[in-house]
Design a protein around this ligand. Sequence first.
Ligand SMILES: Cc1cc2nc3c(=O)[nH]c(=O)nc-3n(C[C@H](O)[C@H](O)[C@H](O)COP(=O)(O)OP(=O)(O)OC[C@H]3O[C@@H](n4cnc5c(N)ncnc54)[C@H](O)[C@@H]3O)c2cc1C
Length: 513
Amino acid sequence: MTAEPLGLRGRVVIVGAGVAGLTAALELAPRPVLLLSKAPLGAEGSTLWAQGGMAAALGPDDNPALHAADTIAAGAGLCDAAIVERFVRAAPTMIERLARLGMRFDRTPDGGFALGLEAAHCRRRIVHAGGDGTGRELMRALVAAARATPSIEMLEGFEARRIVVEDNSVRGLLAVGPAGPALLATDKVVVATGGIGGLYEASTNPPGSFGQGLMLAARAGAVLADLEFVQFHPTALDVAKRPMPLVSEAVRGEGAILIDEAGERFMAGTPGAELAPRDVVARAIWRKRARGGRVFLDARGAIGARFDARFPIIAAACRSGGVDPSREPIPVRPAQHYHMGGIAVDAEGRSSVAGLWACGEAACTGLHGANRLASNSLTEAAAFGAIVARSIEGARSSPPVRLRPQLAPPPADPAAIRPILSRAAGVMRDRETLSAAAATLAAMAASAGPAADPAAVAVMIVVAALRREHSVGAHSRLDFPHAPAEPRGSRLTLAKALAEAAALSPQAHARRA
Ligand SMILES: Cc1cc2nc3c(=O)[nH]c(=O)nc-3n(C[C@H](O)[C@H](O)[C@H](O)COP(=O)(O)OP(=O)(O)OC[C@H]3O[C@@H](n4cnc5c(N)ncnc54)[C@H](O)[C@@H]3O)c2cc1C
């Protein structure tokens, strides 16, 4: 079906209504915005599912410099130091702003923030709400505030399918809503569509998070960054359910230990033990499982009968999987959880395409480097949602252009991509599997079928992983186990990824032979 252009009289279009999109919309008020969400507001997205909390240096023994040092250490040399600095200073202010907005954080008896400890943080600095229901409370507060803000018009049930670009500048957005396609004429689009877990078989993300924002930006010609850095959470609940329920790091923060099927505490000899950075713990569990073993999180001694009260959502997930976490070890395994890579943006959240901003998990600000520090992402999404709003306020408007009617592409279905990407770009990677996946995915991305758009994102991840011939942070190569002398971030466009992948196809090999 073809969509006729619809003038928006200068309104900003925000795609995605998680913490990033909602914060950007609220911070832009009273400037009118159109907020698109493919699901009903508050019904989809990782924000809703977030458990552990939000990191910010708020404790009396803490300061932004310590938070920065932990972020940089976890990022394995690839964090952008200027972005880290900006983030750690903005984080405490952002938490106070959310509290003023109505978010009910868990408090100490004297009214201060209750601070949790998570992996690779040297201080207790994780604010949380409802025990392990931080995301739920964050969404409740943001959605209530957005609904009460007259400048925010919600388009629920609208899926963005293409960004219309001319001369490397945004001209509009093509979306499909309940009544069919809509072509929104705008020169300012914010992509805040969240993560990529729906491209993997084993993920903790909602299935609707399959990198659509990355696809929108990539097909618009934008540069994407650090795509090979995919974070695998070490402790997803090892049950058949998909997506996989998460057993938050906060459980290890409260003293739970990792044991194998023989009851041995196998992380004891590793610096940081159970609270080592996520990539380190995920690889240790991966190795155990590759040898046919099983791994459990044992919370009996450290948390025991307090488990249900401190972690009600995790306790319910364990019980629905037949495990009583207060009395039995919890079976766990790594699962795709977060994407450090994304749409390359500068310190103001601007992409390489004029008029296109990105924030939240879909963006790559350079904060996380090769491995995200636990609980930095919600705070980053809120802080950069606000930064993007300020950048848009200062941006010039381009004169209106006449858009041609556009044909909407079919709805995307990532099902065919999941086994390919999971095998090629999992916890451990190698050239042979990555090359085969790249060639297959490039052909799928060039097709007109429902797998084409998810394949476009997947082929970029695989090509980025192929290019990085060393192991650093969350990117581990079986064939290149050594660490780089001077790690650098990576940049890639869809056109370049497709060209490199096409050169790996059997036909290209035959032509060269
Ligand atoms: C189980 C779980 C637990 C987590 N726990 C924590 C934690 O404790 N602390 C922490 O810091 N981080 C945590 N994270 C990570 C964190 O939740 C996410 O990184 C963050 O919420 C991302 O926010 P976002 O606004 O970028 O995207 P999301 O919250 O994922 O929102 C994306 C939005 O985009 C919409 N959308 C997507 N595609 C389209 C499209 N084409 N058109 C229109 N709308 C679209 C979706 O419907 C949704 O509204 C957790 C993640 C998971 C999965």
